[in-house]
Design a protein around this ligand. Structure first.
Ligand SMILES: Cc1cc2nc3c(=O)[nH]c(=O)nc-3n(C[C@H](O)[C@H](O)[C@H](O)COP(=O)(O)OP(=O)(O)OC[C@H]3O[C@@H](n4cnc5c(N)ncnc54)[C@H](O)[C@@H]3O)c2cc1C
Length: 404
């Protein structure tokens, strides 16, 4: 088993994590990382605004997997083998302490992604892992001796096993060599974006947010409740990002032209909101002075204007028709989405190697023995919050346990 040649394709989060754990397991194997650019761990560097949101403090696997629009079923068994707790311990064992923020996101205590990069580079040096930069893998073929012949932009390699961790891409051509080797690729489409609403005066309220609103693509099943932020281009915030990830295919099918409904009350229905409004109907004060559900006053004013209710009208003079209209706006406020905006440059693609073609007990290809996949190259993606790195660490760790 020793002195086997193992090639890791891609010098990103998953490739490094796989190579390091592989070196720990298989002393004596010759491990080489091939990276097409002249930079290593470039996404790790910029991740989490330069702080690297390494994982999310969610120790219950059944809760954790709810954060993955694609791949949650497969990740259940993956996280059972290498969990969030294992991630925390892995880094701590190598001198990197993580801290948890109020929303559950975990970062290095140093608040710098360089800490993660330095840790990886130390391990790479310790195990003598080779790294070849500016070598793009162009093809991957099995030889008659059951080895792999890899062709790159510079040379050819023979390998006993290959770990493919080329990340996610927005163009299918980047997966060509995997496709040509015999794997089906799910078409890459964007995930994690915010909603553009041109020509709508709600944008004048940019910066205002509501803690609990429900967003939905009209006519589709997905809906999410959470904070919604009004921006100068439309709508953003955790509920919108979650919707963009879980309904990525629905949005794609409409070419990002669809109707979005917002229930500003969170989860109340029309009847319940009408009842809440009715509780104020004996007040003599102006409607503007007592916003329902603690809405910011300017937003409340916007809802009143939309319902054609003068803000200086006393509550006890509102007609039934006005109450109905206001309730309808609060529970089913419709906006025309035209286009999307990438969230803080955090491009995450859905799509990649088809889930059915991978054995998630080993991360080995079911089609080509001794070929392993890990990280975003697989048709798995998570919402924002450290979930994408967690699936990269876990799938990479399992791939590193390979036996050749
Ligand atoms: C700006 C930004 C911020 C992010 N912040 C976070 C965060 O804080 N927390 C989080 O969980 N997730 C975050 N993400 C997502 C996270 O970075 C990815 O999920 C993660 O990097 C995936 O790791 P990977 O190793 O699979 O892919 P990558 O990190 O993309 O690495 C793949 C590598 O393979 C190389 N490669 C591609 N094709 C070839 C080829 N043919 N031959 C050789 N090399 C090749 C690429 O150049 C790249 O270096 C962020 C993403 C972005 C863009």
């Amino acid at each position: 088993m020793d002195s086997k040649q193992i090639i890791v394709i891609g010098g990103g989060a998953a490739g490094f994590f796989a190579a390091i754990n592989l070196a720990e397991m298989h002393h004596g194997s010759e491990i080489t990382i091939l990276e097409k650019t002249n930079k290593l761990l470039s996404k790790v560097k910029v991740s989490g605004g330069g702080r690297c949101n390494v994982t999310h403090q969610c120790l219950d696997t059944s809760e954790l997997i709810k954060n993955y629009p694609r791949g949650s079923k497969e990740l259940k068994q993956v996280f059972a083998r290498f969990s969030v707790k294992d991630t925390i311990e892995w880094f701590e064992k190598r001198g990197v302490k993580l801290k948890t923020e109020r929303d559950g996101r975990m970062f290095p205590v140093s608040n710098s992604s360089e800490t993660i990069i330095d840790c990886f580079m130390r391990e790479i040096k310790k195990y003598n892992i080779k790294i070849n930069l500016q070598e793009e893998v162009l093809s991957l073929q099995k030889t008659s001796q059951n080895k792999f012949n890899l062709k790159t932009t510079k040379q050819s390699y023979l390998a006993h096993a290959v770990i493919c961790s080329i990340g996610g891409h927005n163009q299918i051509k980047n997966y060509n060599f995997i496709k040509e080797a015999g794997h089906a690729i799910e078409e890459p489409i964007p995930s994690l974006f915010t909603i553009n609403i041109p020509n709508n005066n709600i944008k004048e309220l940019m910066g205002l947010s509501v803690n609990s609103a429900t967003v939905k693509v009209i006519g589709k099943k997905h809906q999410y409740t959470g904070a919604v932020l009004i921006t100068h281009w439309g709508l953003s915030g955790p509920a919108v990002l979650k919707l963009s990830a879980f309904a990525a295919k629905d949005f794609f099918e409409t070419d990002y032209n669809c109707d979005i409904s917002v229930n500003w009350s969170g989860k109340l229905n029309d009847e319940e909101v009408k009842n809440a409004l009715s509780e104020n109907l004996n007040l003599k004060s102006f409607v503007i002075n007592s916003p329902l559900f603690n809405f910011p006053k300017r937003l409340w004013d916007y809802f009143l204007a939309k319902a054609e209710i003068p803000s200086q009208k006393p509550w006890n003079e509102l007609s039934k028709k006005q109450i109905n209209k206001l309730s309808q706006i609060l529970t089913c406020d419709i906006y025309k989405m035209k286009g999307k905006t990438t969230f803080k440059e955090e491009f995450v693609s859905c799509g990649g190697v088809n889930l059915k073609e991978i054995d998630f007990k080993t991360m080995q290809s079911k089609i080509i023995p001794n070929l392993y996949f890990c990280g975003e190259v697989i048709d798995i993606d998570g919402v924002t919050g450290g979930f994408n790195f967690q699936s990269a660490w876990s799938t990479a760790w399992i791939a590193s346990q390979l036996l050749v």
